[in-house]
Design a protein around this ligand. Structure first.
Ligand code: GDP
Ligand code: MG
Length: 293
């Protein structure tokens, strides 16, 4: 068999299950998942290798209408994903009848790459509604092939996957076949901390927080990690730390446990909370945190 290789870019509105689906497809927990919108801020790649093919998945931030500079940068990741896709995988949640970012829908319709729609969360719905939704989206994007799935329960993900393999172009691998992802370990370490912040804090806190890994030292038997949680205002610093430091401690303990599983090694985690005033609105700060695509 000739070798196949290509980019499968996953796009869709916030919270529809893009990261859950990517993790199902890749079979490793490499993209963080929470129940809140806009958890995924960067484009994250997941690579699946066999002797016959290499699929490079990209999980992207949800489509949003821009409200501040961070959104602009997030949408840039999405635009790049639209441009370099060999196959577009649009995730739609049952019940969803429009995309936030209409410009993106226009671009999808105008492009000539194959498009698969994963109609997700059908476990929450019934047959009549699912059928009606399939017809609705078929009409919007004529050349789309629609797969009703449940990413969470792994239902029908197989048939979607098989179709992806069929559509994958012939070609040599883009990345070393040993690699799982293009991101360094420290990126996943920071994502694990960010996930805990999303789980334990409300309102603006998760969105105002960024995690910076100051140092990552593998000492053989243990990994020493020094991380900063950056917030936008002094009041948020207090909220993260919490009464008698309990908030920060909980984040630290849970993150460390997940890191030890992910890195398969003992971890010593040190964390500090720092204020980087209004970082989300400053171009230079966004660049510093890696948001320039
Ligand atoms: P993203 O923002 O599109 O990346 O969405 P996530 O993958 O982070 O998922 C958002 C939420 O939807 C999480 O709480 C998931 O557990 C949930 N979810 C994802 N797929 C399904 C599904 O097939 N069924 C149900 N009921 N929930 C799902
Ligand atoms: Mg996500």
């Amino acid at each position: 068999m000739t070798h196949k290789a290509g980019f499968v870019n996953i796009i869709g509105s916030p919270n529809v299950g893009k990261s859950t689906l990517m993790n199902q497809l890749v079979g490793e927990r490499i993209s963080i998942i929470t129940s809140k919108a806009q958890t995924t801020r960067h484009r994250i790649m997941g690579i699946v290798n066999t002797a016959d093919y290499q699929i490079v998945y990209s999980d992207t931030p949800g489509l949003v209408n821009s409200a501040y500079a961070l959104h602009d940068s997030m949408m840039k990741f999405v635009q790049t994903a639209l441009q370099d896709a060999d196959i577009l995988l649009l995730v739609i949640e049952v019940g969803e009848k429009k995309l936030n970012h209409l410009e993106t829908l226009d671009k999808i319709v105008a492009s000539d790459v194959p498009i698969l729609i994963a109609l997700n969360k059908i476990d929450k719905s019934d047959e009549v509604i699912v059928k009606e939704q399939m017809e609705f989206w078929k009409e919007k994007i004529l050349r789309a092939e629609i797969f009703p799935i449940s990413a969470l329960h792994g239902f029908n993900v197989d048939s979607l996957f098989n179709r992806l393999i069929e559509l994958l172009p012939k070609g040599e691998p883009f990345y070393d076949k040993e690699d799982l992802t293009d991101k360094p370990l420290r990126f996943f370490v920071s994502e694990i901390i960010r996930e805990k912040i999303f789980i334990h804090y409300k309102k603006e806190i998760p969105y105002s927080s960024e995690v910076e890994i100051e140092s990552f030292k593998d000492l053989g038997h243990i990994i020493h990690i020094n991380a900063n949680i950056m917030v936008e205002r002094p009041s948020q610093k207090g909220i993260i730390i919490g009464h008698q430091g309990k908030g920060l401690k909980r984040v630290g303990t849970e993150a460390r446990k997940d890191m030890e599983i992910f890195l398969n090694k003992k971890v010593f985690l040190q964390m500090h909370v720092k204020v980087d005033k209004d970082w989300r609105s400053k171009k230079t700060r966004l660049k510093h945190y890696g948001y320039n695509s």
